[in-house]
Design a protein around this ligand. Sequence first.
Ligand code: NDP
Length: 399
Amino acid sequence: MSTVLIIGSGGVASVGAQKCAQNNEVFKTIIVASRTKSKCEAIVQRLKKYPVISIAEQVDAEVKENVVALIKKYKPAIVMNLALPYQNIPIMEACIETKTHYLDTAAAEVREKAGFEYSTQWVYHDRFKKAGVMALLGSGFDPGVTSVFCMYGKKHYFDTIDYIDILDANGGDHGYPFATNFNPEINIREITMPGRYYEQGQWKEIPALTVKETYQLDEIGPKDMYLMYHEELESIVKFIPEVKRARFYMSFSEKYLTHLRVLVNIGMTSVKPIMYEGEPIVPLQFLKAVLPDPSSLGPRTKGKTNIGVILQGHKNGKPVQYRVFNVSDHEKAYAEVGSQAISYTTGVPAMIGAALILTKQWSGQGVFNMEQFNPDPYMELLNKWGLPWKETFKPVLIK
Ligand code: NDP
């Protein structure tokens, strides 16, 4: 049984910590640390009903030395980085220095420029290898489970995969005219970037939110889905090299998009600082401050998410279309862990990734993506820990 250090105290960290506590055959001691100790204490309070030792700590993880000191104090077997993508690099550096396993749920970002890429984390491969420990990148739902879904399909149903479409649909309603389901700054940066997809060996770019398809999705009905760039496309095309096209779609309501267009048009989503009454402020960070806190959406959100992949390719020379997906219920997630399904569908896979590393079912030295391991144990644990999946060979595209 192991000690885990969870960095972050938002919705994802709260779910991740509670799921670790539920899986107390693997996790014995759970340290939760972020800049605001009271948020960590609130999570620790939720862990009290489980047979684990839980401790709240304070840390600014953007400074490597702070993370090193915390790791030295508690000697965790793994650090789960459930804070923000800005902290990925200092936390990875701290893990190398202390020879500790590392896991995150989103590719690294820098504040000054919207965009994310794995290359800034892949360069740490040799240093993790030399330290004799493992970094697992992107063990959330998307990125995360979506890559495992692709590898599971490939292993069991295909000789070659030609086309991959990832569909992330949210049929939930929180009753606000406009709010984001996870960190608004990270979320709006990602949505307002140009759309990008992979076709015939090349990356193709389109203006943000300009390509739409409608899909008929289990338990949530028809959904308008918009083509976007998402980080797992980068690792999927690297590790499924035969793929001819890979795209990512997310659902947005017309109401959400109307608000977003206005915010973009008036400059409120910019990440470039402007001067306001003699002080520099970043419009997007100010917008985050006025929007509802995603953690406050939990008790208000009704409906379900449906996230999965559609794979097309060949087996024994015959064409195959395969879909695998999970449906999660916002209210059910809230009843179990006090967070809506977006945090739930990220926190559960984070725990599963850490559990597979600690039980050595997924092992290696260096920096790894989800596609590099056997998907079967991960798929089993999704069913066990609250994210059951379904598969079908029926088409779902409406137009
Ligand atoms: P929140 O904004 O709710 O939480 C972010 C947390 O990061 C806060 O608790 C904050 O705590 C902590 N944090 C920020 N800066 C620092 C710092 N310098 N040092 C220590 N802690 C810090 O976000 P979510 O919980 O919604 O999301 C967490 C992560 O999960 C994000 O990286 C997000 O991109 C990712 N995600 C991944 C998904 C997937 O499917 N793969 C889906 C959804 C989210 P404090 O203020 O106390 O410092």
